[in-house]
Design a protein around this ligand. Structure first.
Ligand SMILES: Cc1cc2nc3c(=O)[nH]c(=O)nc-3n(C[C@H](O)[C@H](O)[C@H](O)COP(=O)(O)OP(=O)(O)OC[C@H]3O[C@@H](n4cnc5c(N)ncnc54)[C@H](O)[C@@H]3O)c2cc1C
Length: 415
């Protein structure tokens, strides 16, 4: 079959790879000048089944409300007074109860764990280089009460099959000596030995090259404007360069997926959640973290990527702008300097802001749409890098009319 993949982010390119492996002829279209230039560009890099908790939890509404007057909340809400934001918020709040949060976390962890096995498979078969690091991730805490609560909360991920070690301060430093200068700030941590990290931008670029070598056609700098349909089938994609027809199509446009889906009268509950990252050159490797992690109470993710250190923070429900200015990073830098001050060059950062394509549940939609030849693989939210390879394999299995290796609870298209 000839299949057109819409979007060359980490989701589109991993989807293309799995479809190529199944023997399809694949074309990928993206308006950017290369792969992974948008949300997949500067993310935190954590491949983190050990952190696959649903964001829509019973504590989320309080954080969103407090964020209207306080800047220190994990989830920040800036009212835009648009229908798309309002209807998404209502659906998100509908998931913020114990039952839905547990179900969403269970479903998400299943996909994350599966996806990591497919990532390992893809890396073994392609040998792509992406500053990947195995060896676990550390989620550390500053207060005994938060640490104790985290140990209790982790049971749901243990039940999903993850090994999660609760470490005291000394054990945490032994796991990552790069945290030694910050020892006095750490009470304990959860260490997930199977978690990993890597640069999703490098990965996607390298995998796109492998796709091209396997015959995939990439059409960059081509903007998708419309999608035509007739008789229950999508008949063509209209771009700023003309019309493209194929046997089937896969929607992987991240935060822009709902805009194009609307042309087909398909409603997708996806809204952008903005985050910020800064990438610094590591100047003193002995003082830098050896593995990635999260300073949980400061809401700061950090990740060594080769000779670079990536810092990431903030979740803002505030529309589609990716604008940022140096002062947006002051708080992040103050917290990071308290941990890794002399490890990296804080004077010459590469600043970035990106949009997480969030569904209210935090689960992606991986399904056939109501058009027989139009498939959906989008809405991967804050864990799209972690979930990408598994989601792609599931989508390819659905196209091949094979039963995917894991259940797709919560990932169905509902219209
Ligand atoms: C701050 C931050 C930190 C994160 N940290 C992590 C992490 O540690 N671990 C993790 O697993 N995930 C993380 N994520 C989430 C992850 O980055 C995203 O879920 C993932 O990148 C989404 O990929 P995508 O391919 O769906 O979207 P994108 O990468 O945005 O790809 C969509 C593509 O569609 C193209 N496009 C859009 N509209 C059109 C059009 N009309 N015509 C043609 N092309 C179009 C865009 O150019 C883009 O290339 C983070 C995200 C952010 C923002």
């Amino acid at each position: 079959m000839h299949i057109v993949v819409l979007g060359a982010g980490v989701i589109g390119v991993t989807t293309a790879w799995q479809l190529l492996k199944d023997g399809h002829e694949v074309t990928v279209i993206d308006k950017a000048d290369g792969p992974a230039t948008f949300s997949s560009f500067g993310n935190a890099g954590l491949v983190a089944p050990g952190h696959s908790y649903a964001w829509s939890s019973p504590t989320a509404p309080g954080m969103m409300l407090r964020s209207l007057w306080r800047g220190d909340q994990a989830i920040r809400f800036k009212p835009e007074f648009t229908m798309s934001q309002a209807s998404w918020i209502v659906k998100f709040l509908g998931q913020c109860n114990v039952k839905s949060a547990s179900e969403n976390t269970r479903n998400k962890s299943r996909l994350c764990i599966y996806s990591q096995t497919i990532l390992d498979e893809v890396v073994a078969e392609t040998r792509v280089k992406y500053d990947g690091l195995d060896g676990g991730l550390i989620y550390f805490y500053r207060t005994p009460s938060a640490f104790d609560a985290a140990v209790t909360r982790a049971q749901i991920l243990r039940d999903a099959g993850l090994s999660i070690e609760a470490l005291d301060r000394d054990q945490t430093i032994a796991r990552d000596p790069g945290l030694a200068p910050a020892a006095s700030q750490i009470v304990g941590s959860l260490f997930v030995p199977s978690d990993a990290s890597g640069d999703s931008n490098l990965f996607t670029i390298a995998l796109a090259k492998k796709c091209a070598a396997a015959g995939c056609v990439f059409r960059y700098e081509e903007e998708i404007r419309n999608i035509c349909y007739s008789g229950g089938q999508v008949s063509a994609i209209i771009t700023d360069r003309g019309e493209i027809t194929a046997d089937a199509y896969v929607l992987c446009l991240g935060v822009y997926s709902p805009h194009l889906a609307k042309k087909l009268k398909i409603k997708l509950p996806i809204y952008p959640v903005k985050g910020y990252s800064a990438t610094l050159n590591i100047t003193n490797p002995d003082r830098a973290p050896k593995i990635g992690g999260v300073d949980e109470e400061n809401l700061l993710a950090y990740c060594p990527m080769g000779n670079r250190l990536r810092l990431t923070a903030t979740a803002e429900i505030a529309g589609y702008s990716t604008a940022h200015k140096p002062s947006d990073f002051s708080d992040m830098f103050a917290k990071a300097k308290a941990l890794f001050d002399d490890a990296a060059d804080f004077d010459n950062p590469q600043y970035w802001a990106g949009l997480r394509p969030m569904t209210p549940t935090g689960l992606p939609i991986i399904d056939r749409s109501r058009y027989e030849n139009f498939w959906i693989n989008t809405g991967h939210g804050h864990m799209g890098w972690t979930m990408s390879n598994g989601s792609a394999r599931i989508l390819a299995d659905l196209v091949a009319q094979k039963r995917p290796a894991i259940a797709r609870e919560g990932m169905h298209y509902e219209n």
